[in-house]
Write a protein that binds this ligand. Structure first.
Ligand code: AMP
Length: 283
């Protein structure tokens, strides 16, 4: 595995790969790699000829008072995991090179960025889109792999790719969960054992919602209300947002159809966890 930190060097490497006709798969991450990330990397390695993984804790997507400073950073450990998997390139740029003094440009996907998680984290998706577009320009991937865990992010990035005519295909892969059903996340590290147990309420409530819907409940308000009651029965949980929306437009959906996305953010103690489920209707 080659580790590259310089932007120009990464661009040159990508250009050479493309000249040799190699397809490039790209997995952008903030590091502290876990099974969720590894599932994306394995898929990229299976589907493309060369895989580039980036590790960059992007300051632009953290708001004031958020966990940018304490976000887990494990570059040495991540690097040995990636090299053990025989990933082709690890791209780990510095903050100074990504955002040099005087940096002024940003990308915003209007409206979609203000809904759901975006309401609680203003500026978050602007930071995500800006860094992802920069990374796409540097790595020049044919295919980029993202997780359904960040469902709103996936919708927003697809819109950015469409609106800006970017030459990259996005693949969105399923949520990887632990044995308790908890969606794996770097932020799960912030949970103490009691909170970790309480965090099961997110996936449990989504599972129950799916069952109600399968049992022919079609009123979003009724499903949301039952989910709220269930989550609120867990004393460590506090709902940040919980909505049933159209999976493409993220607009609220009153009557549930097979385009519905149940999306939620719930604080467990001081940690906000996010999870979601795509509704599957049998008929
Ligand atoms: P992050 O390092 O948290 O920015 O995540 C990098 C990529 O991994 C994003 O596309 C996430 O959606 C994806 N990801 C994170 N956790 C999971 C998970 N549990 N299952 C699937 N994908 C995930």
């Amino acid at each position: 595995m080659q580790t590259i930190s310089g932007i120009e060097k990464m661009k040159t490497r990508a250009r050479r790969l493309r000249e040799r006709g190699k397809s490039i798969g790209f997995v952008p991450t903030m590091g502290d790699l876990h099974e969720g990330h590894l599932s994306l990397i394995r898929e990229s390695m299976a589907r493309t000829e060369k895989t580039v993984v980036s590790i960059f804790v992007n300051p632009a997507q953290f708001g004031p008072g958020e966990d940018f400073a304490s976000y887990p950073r494990n570059l040495n450990k991540d690097s040995s995991v990636l090299s053990g998997m025989e990933v082709d390139v690890l791209f780990a740029p510095s903050e100074d090179e990504m955002y040099p003094h005087g940096f002024k440009t940003c990308v915003q996907v209007e409206k979609l960025q203000d809904r759901l998680l975006g309401r609680s984290r203003p500026g978050h998706f602007k930071g995500v889109c800006t860094v992802v577009l920069k990374l796409f320009n540097i790595v020049q991937p044919d295919v980029a792999f993202f997780g359904q865990k960040d469902a709103q992010q996936a919708v927003i990035l697809k819109k950015m790719v469409e609106d800006l005519n970017l030459d990259v295909r996005l693949e969105i892969l399923p949520i990887v969960r632990d044995e308790d059903g908890l969606a794996i996340s770097s932020r799960n590290r912030y949970l103490n054992p009691e909170e970790k147990k309480a965090a099961k309420i997110l996936s449990a409530s989504l599972r129950e919602a799916q069952e109600w819907i399968e049992g022919s409940e079609r009123e979003s308000a009724a499903v949301v209300e039952r989910m709220r009651r269930k989550i609120n029965s867990e004393s460590l949980a506090r709902i940040d947002y919980l909505e049933i929306v159209d999976g493409a437009s993220l607009e609220p959906m009153d009557k549930i159809t097979d385009r519905a996305l149940i999306d939620l953010g719930v604080y467990i103690g001081k940690t906000r966890l996010i999870d979601n489920a795509v509704v599957r209707l049998k008929e």
